[in-house]
Structure formats: C-alpha cells, structure tokens
Design a binder for this molecule. Structure first.
Ligand SMILES: [Zn+2]
Length: 343
C-alpha cells in the first residue's frame, strides 16, 4: 500500500478507536483493574519552526514542527503526569497508580533547536525532560553524517553519484537505492569503515566539518543553562556509533568519556544512557552497567513498567508523521494510536 494510503487508513482506524472511547477504556483497565504501574517514555530528536522544517536535512522520522510540539505539550498536560526519567525508573510496586499515567520526555543527540525551540516551551509548561548528548557533537570533533548525506541527496546530480557509489558498495543489501536504505547500510558499519566510505560518497567540500554544518548542535553553555531549569542530561556516546558493531575498547571509551565529559561541563552526575539507533545486546548492556549508568533507553516500542530491566527501557519515538492527522495538525487520535500499549 502506498505510504499516503497507509497513513489515511491508519488515521481512520485511530479516529475510530479514539472516538469510541476504546483508548480511554484500555487505559482505565490497565491502571485500575490490572494495577499496572507503567509509564511512557517519549523519544524526540528535533523541534523546528515551519520554514526550517521544510529546509532541514534530517530524516523525517526525526522531525516535529514547533506548532505540533505546542499541541503535544498541551495534550500531555491534560492527560499525563509529565515527570523526569527517574520518576519512571524508581517507581515502586507498592505505589498507588495515579489517575493519569506517567510520561517522560526525552530528546536524542543534542540539537540546537532543543534549546532554541523546545526548551522555552518546556519551561513555559513547567515540564522536565532529559536530553541525551553526543559529546563529540558539542565539542566539534564528531559529525552528523546523516544530515550531510541528506543535504547532498537534495542535489539531483549528487544524488545520482551517491546512488551509483552506494549500489557498487552495498549491491547485495540495496533494493531500490533510496536514501533511507543507504543510511541503514552505513549505520551498520564500524566508525572507521563508515568514515572512509563517506569520503567516497560525499562530494568534495561537503565532508564533515561541524562548523559549517547547516543543522547545528547546542553549545555547552546552552546545556548548562537548561540544566538549571529542569532539563537533565544523559549520554548518547561521544561519536554516535552503533555500539554492537564496535570493539570492547571503543565501547568502553564511548561510554566512559561521554559520561565524564557531561559531568565535567554540566556539573551534575550522569546516570542515564540512550543507545545510538536503539541498538544493544547483552555485551553492550553489561558495559553500560559496568561503567556506572543506572539505566538505558532503547527504541523498542512500548511502555516501561516497574520491575522491568532498567537497562533496556522501552521508548516510543515521536515525529510529525505519527502524531498528526489528515489536516497535518496534531491529532489526539493519532497520538493515542502511536502510544497504544497493546500494539
Ligand atoms: Zn541518536
């Protein structure tokens, strides 16, 4: 089914379930009848004003419009208790289930728009959040290669060159040679190998230099300011590798150095981690525990319940496509469908 048709069908189902009271009934049964002590951790990346949203170089699954974010916060204020991550993590089995479910907001990577767009709104609503930083992005030595590739992809001539190279390099894995497919292949390479392939894929002059990046990351000063007003910081590594493809030495330094760097700059203990791309396995989980983190969030869809493993906390990724309806505006039905615990 084409994507737009799928979106139409998905939203029709969401509207039916929402207006029939089904979502509300499921929530009531889970909390009051089954006594579930669960909370939802939402995962966001970027929040952008309309004009930047159209020009941005990030993949659509990372973007939310400023206006949609406003409506999302309004909705959360009315229907959830928005708490910091440790409220969900440390929730005890004995605690009474509140009338409203708990919700925690998280952001990955450390984009500047988290500070310029999301933070003023969170502050206005008095809502806490956790931002998982890639410290090398803030320090200027690691590079947001996906955005660079997306930027080059917009030029038809460069797109053909990238496609041609990628087809040669990944011919077994690529079906149609879409940007998403190429990004997925690149993600699954060790850092060194990916860097050398990117040099071939990206035309001269567009290779990584964070200072010229069109979609910049926040500064340490901005992080410090936010940390004084309800925003917590966790680690998302130093260079954003997919840890399951890296050696023990690399994993250890990514986990230890990013934690130490945030603690040094922000001045608060760092105890939470977000797996890049949500990738983890038992080896990486052990390293997280061994390097002093108390919890780690994944991108495995679902709600977190007290008693579940704190090193594989489920999270629901939120983007413009899964919280808006046919009109392109925030839709409570679409949001409830996206976060439905039974899906
Ligand atoms: Zn990330």
């Amino acid at each position: 089914m084409p994507t737009s048709l799928r979106h139409l069908a998905r939203h029709a189902l969401a509207l039916m379930l929402h207006h029939s009271g089904f979502f509300a009934l499921v929530g009531f049964v889970r909390r009051s009848v089954l006594g579930k002590r669960e909370g939802i951790i939402l995962g966001l990346h970027r929040v952008l004003p309309e004009e930047q949203f159209a020009r941005g170089n990030s993949l659509p699954g990372m973007l939310l419009k400023e206006e949609t974010f406003d409506s999302l916060l309004e909705y959360l204020r009315a229907h959830y208790e928005v708490k910091p991550l440790d409220a969900i993590l440390e929730r005890k089995d004995k605690e009474r289930s509140p009338d409203k479910p708990l919700c925690t907001l998280t952001f990955d990577d450390g984009w500047r728009d988290n500070y310029t767009v999301a933070y003023p709104r969170l502050k206005g609503f008095g809502m806490p959040a956790t931002i998982f930083l890639v410290t090398g992005y803030l320090d200027g030595y690691a590079h947001v290669w996906v955005e660079r590739l997306c930027q080059a992809w917009k030029e038809p001539s460069q797109r053909e060159l990238i496609k041609c190279h990628a087809m040669r390099l990944f011919r077994v894995k690529l079906r149609v040679g879409s940007l998403e497919e190429i990004v997925e292949c690149l993600k699954r390479l060790p850092g060194e190998e990916r860097r050398s392939i990117l040099i071939q894929l990206l035309p001269a002059g567009t290779c990584p230099n964070i200072q010229q990046d069109p979609d910049p990351m926040m500064s340490w000063e901005e992080a410090v300011e936010m940390s004084r007003h309800g925003i917590d910081f966790g680690s998302h590594t130093t260079t954003h590798p997919l840890l399951t493809f890296e050696s023990d030495d690399t994993v250890e330094s990514e986990l230890k150095n990013s934690k130490a760097r945030i603690e040094e700059r922000v001045g608060k203990p760092v105890w939470a981690f977000a797996y890049p791309n949500g990738d983890w396995d038992s080896r990486i989980r052990k390293w997280i525990e061994r390097t002093g983190y108390r919890c780690a969030v994944t991108t495995k869809r679902g709600w977190h319940e007290s008693g579940l493993d704190p090193y594989s906390m489920r999270r629901i990724l939120i983007h413009e496509g899964n919280v808006t309806g046919w009109s392109g505006k925030f839709s409570a039905a679409a949001f409830n469908f996206t976060v439905a615990p039974w899906r």
